[in-house]
Design a protein around this ligand. Structure first.
Ligand code: GTP
Ligand code: MG
Length: 285
């Protein structure tokens, strides 16, 4: 089995910087990826963030399983004891909900400042999450401008950056972090599937073939229809390559290209709206 080396140096630095900024911020927004809610969710955020008021955004809901979105949001809300909002890039309705939740979470802090006779100031909100889950895109949506850099690969944000959304709220964008405590290879595999791990850290043929197995076990009909496979036909990277005509000289299947095409079709939601894990698999229900 191929090993996934998911811990690049810039993440260690980012984790240190995150801890340094903790005392400055009032509220934490944690962004997770709705296609892998369990694997992209920090189970230890409370300890990591000194029990600061927290809101979880389950993002990329446009490319994940609608039924599982609701189920996961409820489970994560119960387990984390904080509100979970289902969000995606093209949804405009969630922006006001996010802003009003931040305001609500910051009320006790504002109240304390008033009691201490301190001047009111904007609520400082730190946006955290694993790489590529959509932290910077969410900030841009909240400010309605491309204030932060975004991109379809892990590690686009390299440095922390403050962004003001109005005179009441400031947001701190942070580089995506995979916790050092996460060494579960199956979770690492799923993080690779959603592009949360830099592509130099893994073998794309291995990740695509494992993704294919998960999709066949969970969404067999949709994936067979997409690649035009009958129930009786075996579906592998090789057979997909041959069927699609992605072949090399000598009629050999081009497994490298096929793997990359399977990964990008999944990541873009072209095959279907898929969620790779259920709460039952993790004994959460
Ligand atoms: N389909 C879909 N794509 C999204 C959504 N939100 C963000 N993206 C895309 O996901 C990619 C990553 O978004 P970013 O905002 O850069 O992610 P990030 O969490 O800031 O990533 P790092 O800075 O690398 O940690 C970009 O290509 C975005 O366009 C969403 O809700 N749905
Ligand atoms: Mg970013």
């Amino acid at each position: 089995m191929s090993h996934i080396h998911w811990y690049p140096g810039h993440i260690a630095k980012a984790q240190k910087q995150l801890k340094e900024k903790l005392n400055l911020v009032d509220v934490i927004i944690e962004v997770i990826d709705a296609r892998i809610p369990y694997s992209s969710w920090y189970k230890t955020t409370n300890e990591l963030c000194n029990n600061k008021p927290r809101l979880i955004l389950m993002n990329k809901s446009d490319v994940s399983d609608i039924e599982l979105n609701k189920k996961w949001a409820q489970v994560i809300s119960e387990k984390s004891c904080c509100d979970v909002i289902i969000t995606n890039l093209s949804n405009k309705n969630d922006i006001n909900t996010i802003i009003s939740k931040i305001t609500k979470l910051s009320e006790p802090i504002t109240q304390k400042r008033i009691e201490k006779g301190l001047l009111p100031r904007a609520t400082r909100t730190m946006v955290i999450g694993m790489p590529n889950v959509g932290k910077s895109s969410t900030i841009n949506r909240l400010v309605k401008r491309a204030k932060t850099k975004t991109g379809a690969k892990a590690g686009v944000t390299r440095q922390q950056q403050w962004v003001r959304i109005n005179d009441k709220i400031e947001l701190l964008d942070t580089p995506g972090i995979i916790p050092t405590t996460q060494d579960d290879q199956f979770q690492a595999l799923k993080l690779a599937c959603v592009n949360s791990i830099g592509e130099n850290a893994y073998d794309s043929e291995y990740v695509a073939s494992e993704l294919l197995k998960i999709l066949i076990s969970k969404y067999s009909e949709k994936i067979r229809t997409y690649y035009n496979f009958k129930d009786s036909e075996e579906m592998t990277i090789e057979t997909i390559a041959l069927k699609k005509g992605w072949i090399l000289k000598g009629y050999l299947p081009d497994t490298k290209r096929t793997s990359q095409l399977i990964l990008s079709a999944f990541r873009d939601g072209r095959i279907g709206k898929f969620t790779l894990e259920t709460p039952e698999e993790y004994d959460l229900i």
